[in-house]
Design a protein around this ligand. Structure first.
Ligand SMILES: *Cc1c(COP(=O)(O)O)cnc(C)c1O
Length: 397
Protein backbone atom coordinates (compact mmCIF):
# COMPACT_ATOMS: atom_id res chain seq x y z
CA UNK A 1 0.00 0.00 0.00
CA UNK A 2 1.27 3.51 -0.85
CA UNK A 3 1.24 6.22 1.83
CA UNK A 4 -1.23 8.25 -0.26
CA UNK A 5 -3.72 5.38 -0.03
CA UNK A 6 -3.96 5.56 3.77
CA UNK A 7 -6.88 7.64 5.12
CA UNK A 8 -4.69 10.05 7.12
CA UNK A 9 -7.25 12.86 6.81
CA UNK A 10 -9.64 10.90 8.98
CA UNK A 11 -7.35 11.66 11.93
CA UNK A 12 -7.52 14.93 13.81
CA UNK A 13 -4.32 16.85 13.11
CA UNK A 14 -2.40 17.25 16.37
CA UNK A 15 1.24 16.95 15.35
CA UNK A 16 3.48 16.78 12.28
CA UNK A 17 3.94 13.12 11.44
CA UNK A 18 6.33 11.81 8.76
CA UNK A 19 4.67 10.06 5.80
CA UNK A 20 5.24 6.58 7.20
CA UNK A 21 2.89 3.98 8.59
CA UNK A 22 4.48 1.48 10.94
CA UNK A 23 3.13 -2.01 10.55
CA UNK A 24 5.34 -4.30 12.65
CA UNK A 25 7.93 -4.27 15.41
CA UNK A 26 10.34 -6.66 17.05
CA UNK A 27 12.68 -5.74 19.92
CA UNK A 28 14.54 -2.57 18.94
CA UNK A 29 13.30 -2.73 15.35
CA UNK A 30 10.29 -1.28 13.52
CA UNK A 31 9.09 -1.88 9.95
CA UNK A 32 7.21 0.72 7.90
CA UNK A 33 4.54 0.16 5.25
CA UNK A 34 6.91 -0.51 2.31
CA UNK A 35 8.86 -2.86 4.60
CA UNK A 36 11.86 -0.63 5.45
CA UNK A 37 13.48 -1.48 8.78
CA UNK A 38 14.35 1.10 11.47
CA UNK A 39 16.35 0.97 14.70
CA UNK A 40 14.00 2.52 17.22
CA UNK A 41 15.45 4.52 20.14
CA UNK A 42 12.14 6.29 20.82
CA UNK A 43 10.19 3.13 21.70
CA UNK A 44 6.79 4.75 21.80
CA UNK A 45 8.17 7.56 24.02
CA UNK A 46 10.06 5.38 26.54
CA UNK A 47 7.03 3.14 26.74
CA UNK A 48 8.09 -0.24 25.29
CA UNK A 49 10.58 -1.02 28.04
CA UNK A 50 10.93 -4.63 26.81
CA UNK A 51 11.00 -3.61 23.13
CA UNK A 52 8.43 -4.02 20.37
CA UNK A 53 6.18 -7.08 20.33
CA UNK A 54 7.83 -8.42 23.46
CA UNK A 55 6.92 -12.08 23.96
CA UNK A 56 6.59 -11.31 27.68
CA UNK A 57 3.90 -8.70 26.98
CA UNK A 58 2.24 -10.80 24.26
CA UNK A 59 1.98 -13.85 26.52
CA UNK A 60 0.49 -11.85 29.42
CA UNK A 61 -2.03 -10.21 27.09
CA UNK A 62 -3.17 -13.35 25.31
CA UNK A 63 -3.37 -15.50 28.45
CA UNK A 64 -5.31 -12.85 30.37
CA UNK A 65 -7.52 -11.91 27.39
CA UNK A 66 -8.72 -15.51 27.26
CA UNK A 67 -9.44 -15.52 31.01
CA UNK A 68 -10.94 -12.19 32.17
CA UNK A 69 -10.77 -8.72 30.62
CA UNK A 70 -12.88 -6.53 32.87
CA UNK A 71 -15.11 -7.50 35.79
CA UNK A 72 -15.59 -3.71 36.58
CA UNK A 73 -13.53 -1.55 38.91
CA UNK A 74 -16.16 -2.21 41.58
CA UNK A 75 -14.85 -5.77 42.02
CA UNK A 76 -11.44 -7.16 42.88
CA UNK A 77 -9.41 -9.01 40.26
CA UNK A 78 -6.31 -11.12 40.79
CA UNK A 79 -3.81 -9.38 38.42
CA UNK A 80 -4.50 -5.93 39.93
CA UNK A 81 -4.01 -7.26 43.47
CA UNK A 82 -0.83 -9.05 42.43
CA UNK A 83 0.57 -5.97 40.70
CA UNK A 84 -0.20 -3.74 43.71
CA UNK A 85 1.61 -6.24 45.93
CA UNK A 86 4.64 -6.26 43.64
CA UNK A 87 4.89 -2.45 43.60
CA UNK A 88 4.44 -1.94 47.32
CA UNK A 89 6.90 -4.72 48.19
CA UNK A 90 9.53 -3.21 45.90
CA UNK A 91 9.12 0.42 47.01
CA UNK A 92 8.70 2.66 50.08
CA UNK A 93 4.93 2.94 49.40
CA UNK A 94 1.95 1.07 50.82
CA UNK A 95 -1.00 1.44 48.47
CA UNK A 96 -1.70 1.73 44.76
CA UNK A 97 -4.46 3.22 42.62
CA UNK A 98 -4.31 2.12 38.98
CA UNK A 99 -5.00 4.45 36.05
CA UNK A 100 -4.70 4.41 32.25
CA UNK A 101 -2.30 7.26 31.50
CA UNK A 102 0.40 9.26 33.21
CA UNK A 103 -1.73 12.39 33.18
CA UNK A 104 -4.56 10.53 34.89
CA UNK A 105 -2.16 9.22 37.56
CA UNK A 106 -0.91 12.78 38.16
CA UNK A 107 -4.49 14.09 38.35
CA UNK A 108 -4.98 11.47 41.06
CA UNK A 109 -1.85 12.67 42.89
CA UNK A 110 -3.09 16.27 42.74
CA UNK A 111 -6.52 15.24 44.06
CA UNK A 112 -4.96 13.13 46.81
CA UNK A 113 -2.72 16.03 47.90
CA UNK A 114 -5.65 18.47 47.90
CA UNK A 115 -7.78 16.05 49.92
CA UNK A 116 -4.92 15.54 52.36
CA UNK A 117 -4.53 19.31 52.65
CA UNK A 118 -8.26 19.72 53.28
CA UNK A 119 -8.07 17.16 56.09
CA UNK A 120 -4.68 17.94 57.59
CA UNK A 121 -3.52 21.43 56.65
CA UNK A 122 -6.57 23.66 57.00
CA UNK A 123 -7.52 23.49 53.33
CA UNK A 124 -4.04 24.10 51.92
CA UNK A 125 -4.17 23.18 48.23
CA UNK A 126 -1.17 24.65 46.38
CA UNK A 127 1.35 22.27 44.87
CA UNK A 128 4.75 23.72 44.05
CA UNK A 129 6.01 22.41 40.70
CA UNK A 130 9.00 23.38 38.55
CA UNK A 131 9.79 25.49 35.54
CA UNK A 132 10.22 23.34 32.41
CA UNK A 133 8.51 20.38 34.08
CA UNK A 134 6.05 18.12 32.27
CA UNK A 135 3.17 16.36 34.04
CA UNK A 136 0.66 15.65 31.26
CA UNK A 137 -2.00 17.10 28.99
CA UNK A 138 -5.20 17.27 31.02
CA UNK A 139 -6.16 20.78 32.14
CA UNK A 140 -4.80 20.34 35.68
CA UNK A 141 -1.60 18.58 34.62
CA UNK A 142 -0.92 21.18 31.90
CA UNK A 143 -1.39 23.81 34.61
CA UNK A 144 1.03 21.93 36.85
CA UNK A 145 3.58 21.71 34.01
CA UNK A 146 6.22 24.38 33.58
CA UNK A 147 6.60 23.74 29.85
CA UNK A 148 6.83 27.23 28.27
CA UNK A 149 4.76 26.20 25.21
CA UNK A 150 1.80 25.42 27.52
CA UNK A 151 1.83 28.82 29.23
CA UNK A 152 -0.68 30.57 26.96
CA UNK A 153 -2.87 27.57 26.07
CA UNK A 154 -6.44 26.73 27.12
CA UNK A 155 -6.91 29.60 29.53
CA UNK A 156 -7.97 29.83 32.25
CA UNK A 157 -5.49 27.45 33.85
CA UNK A 158 -6.31 25.43 36.94
CA UNK A 159 -4.92 27.60 39.77
CA UNK A 160 -2.64 26.41 42.56
CA UNK A 161 0.65 25.44 40.88
CA UNK A 162 3.35 28.01 41.68
CA UNK A 163 6.61 27.23 39.84
CA UNK A 164 10.05 27.01 41.43
CA UNK A 165 13.41 26.62 39.70
CA UNK A 166 14.89 23.12 39.50
CA UNK A 167 17.92 22.60 41.77
CA UNK A 168 17.33 25.97 43.49
CA UNK A 169 16.16 25.35 47.04
CA UNK A 170 15.58 29.01 47.86
CA UNK A 171 13.18 29.32 44.95
CA UNK A 172 11.12 26.54 46.57
CA UNK A 173 11.33 28.02 50.08
CA UNK A 174 10.14 31.41 48.80
CA UNK A 175 6.92 29.83 47.49
CA UNK A 176 5.98 27.93 50.67
CA UNK A 177 2.98 29.51 52.46
CA UNK A 178 0.05 28.35 54.60
CA UNK A 179 -1.65 27.43 51.34
CA UNK A 180 1.08 24.99 50.27
CA UNK A 181 0.32 21.30 50.56
CA UNK A 182 2.96 19.55 48.42
CA UNK A 183 5.92 19.74 46.09
CA UNK A 184 5.77 17.70 42.87
CA UNK A 185 8.94 16.90 40.93
CA UNK A 186 10.35 14.67 38.19
CA UNK A 187 13.63 13.11 39.40
CA UNK A 188 14.84 13.77 35.84
CA UNK A 189 12.90 16.23 33.70
CA UNK A 190 12.44 14.08 30.60
CA UNK A 191 10.48 16.26 28.19
CA UNK A 192 12.64 19.27 29.12
CA UNK A 193 15.61 17.40 27.62
CA UNK A 194 16.75 14.99 30.36
CA UNK A 195 17.57 17.58 33.02
CA UNK A 196 18.30 15.83 36.34
CA UNK A 197 17.30 17.10 39.76
CA UNK A 198 20.56 16.63 41.67
CA UNK A 199 20.64 14.04 44.45
CA UNK A 200 21.53 16.80 46.93
CA UNK A 201 18.57 18.88 45.78
CA UNK A 202 16.16 15.94 46.17
CA UNK A 203 17.52 15.22 49.65
CA UNK A 204 17.19 18.90 50.64
CA UNK A 205 13.67 18.98 49.22
CA UNK A 206 12.76 15.93 51.28
CA UNK A 207 14.18 17.63 54.41
CA UNK A 208 12.26 20.88 53.83
CA UNK A 209 8.97 19.17 52.98
CA UNK A 210 9.31 17.07 56.18
CA UNK A 211 10.11 20.15 58.26
CA UNK A 212 7.18 22.12 56.80
CA UNK A 213 4.73 19.18 56.89
CA UNK A 214 4.32 19.07 53.11
CA UNK A 215 3.97 16.06 50.84
CA UNK A 216 6.71 15.19 48.38
CA UNK A 217 5.31 13.79 45.13
CA UNK A 218 7.69 12.24 42.59
CA UNK A 219 6.44 12.01 39.01
CA UNK A 220 8.26 8.85 37.90
CA UNK A 221 6.21 8.36 34.76
CA UNK A 222 9.37 8.58 32.67
CA UNK A 223 12.03 7.60 35.26
CA UNK A 224 10.25 4.68 36.97
CA UNK A 225 10.38 0.92 36.35
CA UNK A 226 14.07 0.59 35.58
CA UNK A 227 14.56 3.38 33.05
CA UNK A 228 17.38 5.02 35.06
CA UNK A 229 19.11 1.74 35.96
CA UNK A 230 17.34 1.45 39.30
CA UNK A 231 13.77 0.32 39.76
CA UNK A 232 12.65 3.82 40.84
CA UNK A 233 14.43 7.09 40.08
CA UNK A 234 14.15 8.32 43.68
CA UNK A 235 16.44 5.47 44.82
CA UNK A 236 19.50 7.24 43.39
CA UNK A 237 19.14 9.94 46.06
CA UNK A 238 18.01 7.53 48.83
CA UNK A 239 14.93 9.60 49.67
CA UNK A 240 11.53 8.25 50.67
CA UNK A 241 8.83 10.35 48.95
CA UNK A 242 5.18 10.33 50.07
CA UNK A 243 3.59 9.82 46.67
CA UNK A 244 4.82 8.48 43.31
CA UNK A 245 3.17 8.29 39.91
CA UNK A 246 3.96 5.71 37.22
CA UNK A 247 3.11 5.36 33.55
CA UNK A 248 5.00 4.90 30.26
CA UNK A 249 7.32 1.86 30.70
CA UNK A 250 5.17 0.52 33.55
CA UNK A 251 2.82 -1.05 30.98
CA UNK A 252 5.53 -2.19 28.56
CA UNK A 253 3.57 -0.52 25.74
CA UNK A 254 -0.03 -0.90 26.91
CA UNK A 255 -1.96 1.90 28.68
CA UNK A 256 -1.23 1.37 32.37
CA UNK A 257 -0.39 3.94 35.04
CA UNK A 258 -0.49 4.19 38.81
CA UNK A 259 -0.73 6.52 41.76
CA UNK A 260 1.27 5.07 44.64
CA UNK A 261 1.37 6.46 48.18
CA UNK A 262 2.40 5.90 51.78
CA UNK A 263 -0.34 4.71 54.11
CA UNK A 264 -0.58 8.01 56.05
CA UNK A 265 -1.39 9.89 52.85
CA UNK A 266 -4.10 7.55 51.56
CA UNK A 267 -7.11 9.68 52.53
CA UNK A 268 -9.51 9.19 49.61
CA UNK A 269 -13.04 8.41 50.76
CA UNK A 270 -15.49 6.31 48.79
CA UNK A 271 -16.57 8.21 45.70
CA UNK A 272 -13.52 10.53 45.56
CA UNK A 273 -11.59 8.60 42.93
CA UNK A 274 -12.28 5.97 40.28
CA UNK A 275 -12.45 5.32 36.54
CA UNK A 276 -14.10 2.71 34.36
CA UNK A 277 -10.97 1.02 32.98
CA UNK A 278 -8.82 1.50 36.08
CA UNK A 279 -7.12 -1.63 37.36
CA UNK A 280 -8.55 -3.85 34.64
CA UNK A 281 -6.96 -7.30 34.72
CA UNK A 282 -5.82 -7.22 31.07
CA UNK A 283 -3.45 -4.27 31.62
CA UNK A 284 -2.57 -5.31 35.17
CA UNK A 285 -1.46 -8.75 33.92
CA UNK A 286 0.97 -6.99 31.57
CA UNK A 287 2.17 -4.80 34.46
CA UNK A 288 2.92 -7.94 36.50
CA UNK A 289 4.90 -9.44 33.61
CA UNK A 290 6.87 -6.19 33.16
CA UNK A 291 7.64 -5.95 36.88
CA UNK A 292 8.80 -9.57 36.89
CA UNK A 293 11.11 -8.96 33.92
CA UNK A 294 12.57 -5.70 35.23
CA UNK A 295 13.22 -7.06 38.73
CA UNK A 296 14.79 -10.31 37.46
CA UNK A 297 18.40 -10.93 38.54
CA UNK A 298 20.87 -8.87 36.54
CA UNK A 299 18.29 -6.91 34.52
CA UNK A 300 18.97 -3.48 36.07
CA UNK A 301 22.75 -4.05 36.04
CA UNK A 302 22.33 -4.61 32.31
CA UNK A 303 20.45 -1.32 31.95
CA UNK A 304 23.22 0.57 33.79
CA UNK A 305 25.95 -1.16 31.82
CA UNK A 306 24.36 -0.46 28.41
CA UNK A 307 23.45 3.07 29.51
CA UNK A 308 27.14 3.72 30.22
CA UNK A 309 28.03 2.18 26.87
CA UNK A 310 25.56 4.47 25.05
CA UNK A 311 26.81 7.53 26.90
CA UNK A 312 30.46 6.77 26.18
CA UNK A 313 29.63 6.32 22.48
CA UNK A 314 27.77 9.62 22.43
CA UNK A 315 30.65 11.37 24.24
CA UNK A 316 33.06 10.27 21.51
CA UNK A 317 30.60 11.53 18.93
CA UNK A 318 30.23 14.82 20.75
CA UNK A 319 34.01 15.28 20.87
CA UNK A 320 34.37 14.41 17.17
CA UNK A 321 31.71 16.88 15.99
CA UNK A 322 32.17 19.58 18.62
CA UNK A 323 28.74 19.03 20.17
CA UNK A 324 27.79 19.53 23.81
CA UNK A 325 27.10 17.65 27.01
CA UNK A 326 25.96 14.02 27.22
CA UNK A 327 23.84 13.40 30.29
CA UNK A 328 21.34 11.01 31.77
CA UNK A 329 21.02 7.91 33.88
CA UNK A 330 20.59 4.33 32.76
CA UNK A 331 18.86 4.36 29.39
CA UNK A 332 17.38 7.86 29.60
CA UNK A 333 20.08 9.81 27.81
CA UNK A 334 20.45 13.17 26.07
CA UNK A 335 23.05 14.73 23.78
CA UNK A 336 23.31 18.53 23.63
CA UNK A 337 23.86 19.66 20.05
CA UNK A 338 25.01 23.18 20.88
CA UNK A 339 22.71 24.52 18.14
CA UNK A 340 18.97 24.38 17.50
CA UNK A 341 19.28 21.65 14.87
CA UNK A 342 17.57 18.80 16.76
CA UNK A 343 14.46 18.41 14.57
CA UNK A 344 16.56 18.40 11.37
CA UNK A 345 19.03 15.87 12.76
CA UNK A 346 16.06 13.67 13.72
CA UNK A 347 14.89 13.82 10.08
CA UNK A 348 18.36 13.05 8.73
CA UNK A 349 18.66 10.10 11.13
CA UNK A 350 15.24 8.80 10.06
CA UNK A 351 16.41 8.82 6.43
CA UNK A 352 19.19 6.54 7.66
CA UNK A 353 16.61 4.34 9.43
CA UNK A 354 17.32 5.40 13.01
CA UNK A 355 14.51 6.80 15.16
CA UNK A 356 15.47 9.26 17.89
CA UNK A 357 13.72 12.34 19.21
CA UNK A 358 14.41 15.96 19.98
CA UNK A 359 12.36 17.13 22.99
CA UNK A 360 13.94 20.59 22.69
CA UNK A 361 15.49 22.01 19.52
CA UNK A 362 19.05 21.84 20.88
CA UNK A 363 18.85 18.32 22.32
CA UNK A 364 18.58 14.73 21.12
CA UNK A 365 17.02 12.18 23.46
CA UNK A 366 17.64 8.42 23.49
CA UNK A 367 15.22 6.06 25.24
CA UNK A 368 15.76 2.60 23.75
CA UNK A 369 14.17 -0.59 25.06
CA UNK A 370 15.72 -1.52 28.41
CA UNK A 371 16.80 -4.84 26.86
CA UNK A 372 18.46 -3.19 23.82
CA UNK A 373 21.63 -4.95 22.66
CA UNK A 374 25.15 -3.49 22.72
CA UNK A 375 25.42 -4.07 18.98
CA UNK A 376 22.22 -2.07 18.43
CA UNK A 377 23.64 0.79 20.50
CA UNK A 378 26.88 0.67 18.51
CA UNK A 379 24.87 0.74 15.29
CA UNK A 380 22.85 3.79 16.36
CA UNK A 381 25.97 5.68 17.44
CA UNK A 382 27.68 4.77 14.15
CA UNK A 383 24.73 5.87 12.04
CA UNK A 384 24.42 9.06 14.07
CA UNK A 385 28.07 9.76 13.23
CA UNK A 386 27.27 9.35 9.51
CA UNK A 387 24.22 11.55 10.02
CA UNK A 388 26.23 14.34 11.62
CA UNK A 389 28.89 14.19 8.89
CA UNK A 390 26.24 14.43 6.17
CA UNK A 391 24.45 17.17 8.08
CA UNK A 392 27.64 19.23 8.29
CA UNK A 393 28.27 18.78 4.55
CA UNK A 394 24.77 20.03 3.76
CA UNK A 395 25.24 23.00 6.10
CA UNK A 396 28.53 24.08 4.54
CA UNK A 397 27.64 23.46 0.88
C1 LIG B 1 4.81 11.30 29.61
C2 LIG B 1 4.78 11.94 30.94
C3 LIG B 1 3.57 12.29 31.57
C4 LIG B 1 2.23 12.10 30.89
O1 LIG B 1 1.92 10.77 30.68
P1 LIG B 1 0.75 10.41 29.61
O2 LIG B 1 0.64 8.92 29.69
O3 LIG B 1 1.20 10.91 28.29
O4 LIG B 1 -0.48 11.09 30.09
C5 LIG B 1 3.61 12.86 32.82
N1 LIG B 1 4.78 13.07 33.45
C6 LIG B 1 5.97 12.74 32.90
C7 LIG B 1 7.22 12.97 33.65
C8 LIG B 1 6.01 12.18 31.62
O5 LIG B 1 7.18 11.88 31.05
Amino acid sequence: MKFADYPVHALMEITARPPLVFTRGEGSWLWDHPGKKYLDFVQGWAVNCLGHASPVVARALTEQAAKLVNPSPGFHNAPALELARRITEASVFDRVFFANSGAEANEGAIKLARKWGAKNRGGACEIITFEESFHGRTLATMSASGKPAFASLFEPKVPGFPKAKLNDLESVERLITDRTVAVMIEPIQGEAGVIPATDEFLRALRAITRREGLLLIVDEIQTGVGRTGRLWGYEHSSIAPDVMTLGKGFGGGVPLAALVAREEVCCFEHGDQGGTFNGNPLMAAVGCAVMEAVTADGFLEGVRERGDYLMSGLRELSARFGLGEVRGRGLLVALELGREIGPRVVEFAREKRVLINSPRAGVLRFMPALNVGRSEIAEVVGILGDTMREFEQVQTS
